[in-house]
Design a protein around this ligand. Structure first.
Ligand SMILES: *[C@@H]1O[C@H](CO)[C@@H](O)[C@H](O)[C@H]1NC(C)=O
Ligand SMILES: *[C@@H]1O[C@H](CO)[C@@H](O)[C@H](O)[C@H]1NC(C)=O
Ligand SMILES: [Zn+2]
Ligand SMILES: [Zn+2]
Length: 508
């Protein structure tokens, strides 16, 4: 039995070797073993923990923070310390083997090689009876079933393909549980299929919010079923396959659904693609009839982080996962959005599932940067005309990805931003300006890495996470009244306590 990602396709921000790490309190033995257990640090380095340098530890923390969606400080800050103590699944987050290809955010192991799968609930816990566990398992399995065209049936004796047990401590599979809290369950991918729930947890059925010591069985079971069907962890916080305990679980996220389709429906999809379009992958992503859940799925711009935004042909385009919204002005959404960006920018390869950054060239053509060094150029009617790489901009090979690109109205130059440094490209001259890269810290009070930078009505704005800053070109620093919460100011979202945290002033 080996709890390992066979194929982990996963993305996380690559930490440059130039990272400045804050004076790092050495992690405790427990924190070190957490980092190793979940794949953030290599399992063994010689046989001594002191073989880890402050830098490698800082990078491990950044990866862990990136995966969890925390600010990537690389330091043991309070949120990160809290994460070490958060209830979670015991399966690895990332495969540290170097062969992992990148490009998708959900990650896969292997699928069952059949469409009908049996399950057996061997026992319940002391606080949650076996028959209730069986009912909840059935509901959970039905959530996943349609997305892999799978069916499930229960067996009451013998061995089910998926076998559910409540066990405590060291239970013989090499992955002992740790008593109450922290690791609450784990599951093995096909063809093993075992799901183990830590019997030292207080398992409950839809517990009240204030019952913090009670762990919701259903929320954990839906996640573990994902593993038993071959899914790995996702860094998309709203997804079921996010490794940390979240309640309630009511539905699968697009990220989970796409993972299932990749695992179980890929052959069908390829069939459709190959008959419809011999000219390889230039077809829209959803060639087959979308299932009901997929059709109804609509992300809410107020409830989500977005990947990037940019002003294109005078309108504001906001990207999140597969989706794009268009606003004609602050707080004024164009009708008919969100749409899938594949339906707006035609001709991107169908496997592209995220737009990293995007900008409009001086001639009105659009450049979309993907994960990694690839980009695509689109004409003014958003049709793909050319594929290229960062080498075309003379960005050095060691740069694996840009975070933000924008065209400044100040000097008509293109700024290409990695995490902590940037280059300035002169489109007219067709080359990089001398003296670059420079440090992002030159732009005082602007956060980095930035998720997006735009010029709107003559002003330069930077966006990071849920906040944005306006840059003052005269003072060469962010305006003192910022940051402000992006969703409220740009997307007409209701104020929530969560957002209010990001208001740092009383406004100009
Ligand atoms: C459930 O069954 C397993 C396997 O037979 C056993 O090891 C475990 O102790 C049982 N758990 C409970 C709570 O009875
Ligand atoms: C930038 O280019 C635009 C369009 O070509 C032009 O109108 C504008 O004057 C230029 N601005 C600068 C600062 O060169
Ligand atoms: Zn898990
Ligand atoms: Zn186990």
């Amino acid at each position: 039995m080996y709890l390992k990602c066979v194929l982990c396709v996963i993305y996380f921000s690559v930490v440059t070797s130039r990272t400045i790490y804050v004076e790092l309190n050495p992690p405790s033995t427990e924190q070190l073993s957490f980092l190793k257990k979940y794949g953030y640090l290599p399992e063994e380095q010689g046989d001594a923990d002191f073989a880890y340098t402050p830098q490698s530890l800082s990078e491990a923390l950044r990866k862990m923070q990136a995966f969890a969606g925390l600010p990537e400080t690389g330091a043991l800050d309070d949120d990160t310390k809290k994460l070490f103590r958060t209830k979670r699944c015991g399966v690895k987050d990332i495969d540290s083997s170097p062969s992992s290809p990148r490009s998708k955010r959900y990650i896969l192991q292997q699928a069952w090689d059949k469409k009908h799968i049996t399950y057996r609930v061997v026992n319940g816990s002391s606080t949650l009876g076996k028959s209730r566990v069986e009912q909840l398992m059935e509901v959970g399995l039905e959530m996943w079933a349609p997305h892999g065209a799978l069916s499930f049936s229960r067996v009451d004796s013998g061995r089910g393909d998926i076998q559910v047990t409540f066990v405590g401590g060291d239970h013989g599979d090499g992955f002992p549980f740790d008593g109450p809290g922290r690791v609450v369950a784990h599951a093995f991918p096909p063809p093993h299929g075992a799901m183990h729930f830590d019997d030292d947890e207080l398992w409950g059925d839809n517990p009240e919010e204030d019952e913090e010591d009670v762990t919701d069985f259903f929320a954990v079971a839906v996640h573990e079923i994902g593993h038993a069907l071959g899914m790995s962890h996702s860094n998309v916080k709203a997804s079921v396959m996010y490794p940390y305990y979240q309640v309630p679980v009511e539905r699968l996220h697009m990220d989970d659904i796409l993972g299932m389709q990749e695992l179980y429906l890929k052959d069908q999809e390829e069939l459709v693609e190959s008959t419809e379009s011999p000219a390889v992958s230039l077809v829209p992503r959803f060639t087959k009839a979308a299932s009901e859940e997929e059709e109804n799925y609509m992300p809410d711009l107020c409830m989500t982080n977005y990947d990037t935004l940019q002003v294109i042909h005078g309108k504001i385009f906001v990207f999140e996962e597969e989706w794009v919204w268009v606003l004609r002005d602050r707080n004024e959404m164009e009708d008919g959005y969100p749409q899938r960006f594949h339906d707006v920018f035609r001709g991107l390869p169908s496997h592209v599932s995220i737009i990293k950054t995007i900008y409009e060239k001086q001639n009105g053509n659009i450049i979309i940067f993907l994960l990694g060094r690839a980009y695509w150029e689109f004409d003014t009617s958003f049709r793909a005309i050319k594929e290229g790489t960062l080498s075309d901009y003379s960005i050095p090979e060691e740069v694996s990805e840009l975070t933000t690109v924008f065209l400044s109205n100040y000097n008509n130059k293109t700024y290409l931003i990695e995490d902590e440094r940037y280059w300035r490209y002169d489109e007219r001259a067709g080359g990089m300006d001398r003296g670059f890269p420079k440090e992002m810290s030159m732009w005082r009070l602007v956060p980095y890495p930035v998720d997006a930078a735009i010029i709107w009505q003559g002003d330069t704005y930077f966006f990071q996470g849920p906040r944005f800053w306006r840059f003052d070109n005269e003072l060469v620093q962010a305006h003192e009244y910022y940051p402000l919460p992006t969703a409220q100011v740009w997307f007409h979202c209701q104020s929530t306590a969560d957002m209010d945290r990001y208001i740092t002033n009383d406004g100009p």
